[in-house]
Ligand binder design. Sequence first.
Ligand SMILES: Cc1cc2nc3c(=O)[nH]c(=O)nc-3n(C[C@H](O)[C@H](O)[C@H](O)COP(=O)(O)OP(=O)(O)OC[C@H]3O[C@@H](n4cnc5c(N)ncnc54)[C@H](O)[C@@H]3O)c2cc1C
Length: 297
Amino acid sequence: MTLNNLKPRLPDIIIRENWPLFPLSTLGTGGKAEFFAQPETVPQLQEIVRAAENTPVYVLGGGSNILIPDGVIHGLVISTRNLSSISWLDDRTAEIGAGFSLPVLVKTLREKNIGGLEFSAGIPGTLGGAIMGNAGAGGRGVCEFAESLNAVDAQGNLVALGRDDFSYGYRNCTLSGVIIASVVMSWNGDSWDEAKYSEFMAKRKNQPIGMRSAGCTFKNPEGHSAGKLLDDCGCKGLRIGGAFVSDVHANFILNGGNATSSDIIELADLCAKRVCESTGITLEPEIKTLSPCFSVK
Ligand SMILES: Cc1cc2nc3c(=O)[nH]c(=O)nc-3n(C[C@H](O)[C@H](O)[C@H](O)COP(=O)(O)OP(=O)(O)OC[C@H]3O[C@@H](n4cnc5c(N)ncnc54)[C@H](O)[C@@H]3O)c2cc1C
C-alpha cells in the first residue's frame, strides 16, 4: 500500500503519513505510523479498513496501556478517539462509542447516580481499550457491564457480538481480530457509592501521579502483588536511558522525558529477570505492545 493508492480510495478522510505516535501514548514514547487515520464515524472506520487491504492495521484508543515500538510502524494505525458518541437506550443502558473516555463515563454515571463503575476511578483511556483489557481494580472489570458490542472485522463488516461471543478475566478479554466500534453497557439498579469511589481514588495516592507511564507494567501473579515483588527485589529507582522505576510504586515504569520504548522494554526485562531469579516467579506484562489487529485478508 502506498499513500498514492490509499488516498484516492478515501477522498473524504484525512490520511496522515509518517505520523508521530508518541503524543498519543501516555508513556510519550514510540515512533511514527507509516499511515494514520482517525475516523469520525463507524462507516468511515469500515471504509478505512476496507481500503487498507493486505496491510497491517493497528488500533490505538487512549494509548494508556500501550507501548509503541520505536522507528516506523509499517501499515495503518487507526485511532478511535473520535468515535466518542453516547446514546442512552433507557435509564441504565447506553450505546457508547469505543473512543468514549472512561473517566468521562465514570463522571457521567456519578452525576446520574448510577452505581457500578466506582472501581474505575482514576483509570485513563477509552471504553474500547478498557474492554480489550477488562480494565478495572479490586477484582472488578468493565467487561462485567458490557451487554453487547459492534465491531469491525478484517473485511470492514460491522459485526454484532453478544455476551456469549467473548469471555474475560483479570486484565484480559478474549476478543481479537476486530476493532470495537461501540459497546452497549448496562447497569443494574444500584446507586452510585461515593464512599467506594473515594476509596478507589485514595489508592491512587500510592501511584506516581502526573508522570508519564502506562499504568502497571506487570500483572499481579496469582496470590502476589507484582509491585511488592519488584520492590522486594530492589527495583525502585532502577534506570535505563530515560526510563526509570518509580520510587512511589515499583510496578510503574516512568518516562523521565527522553526515554525511548527500547529503554522501557530493557528496563522491564531487567525488573522481570530480577524477580524471576530471586523468587522463581515469571511476571507477565500488563502493558501491551502495539501489534496488528489484523493484516492479510
Ligand atoms: C496512571 C495510570 C493508571 C492506570 N490504572 C489502571 C488501573 O487501575 N486498572 C487498569 O486496568 N488499567 C489501568 N491503567 C491502564 C489503562 O488506563 C487501561 O488499561 C485502559 O483501559 C486502556 O485503555 P486505552 O483506551 O488507553 O487503550 P490503549 O492503550 O489505546 O490500547 C490498549 C489495547 O487495546 C487495543 N484497543 C484499543 N481500543 C480498541 C478498540 N476500539 N478495538 C480493538 N482494540 C482496541 C489496542 O490495540 C491495545 O492492544 C492505568 C494507566 C495509567 C497511565
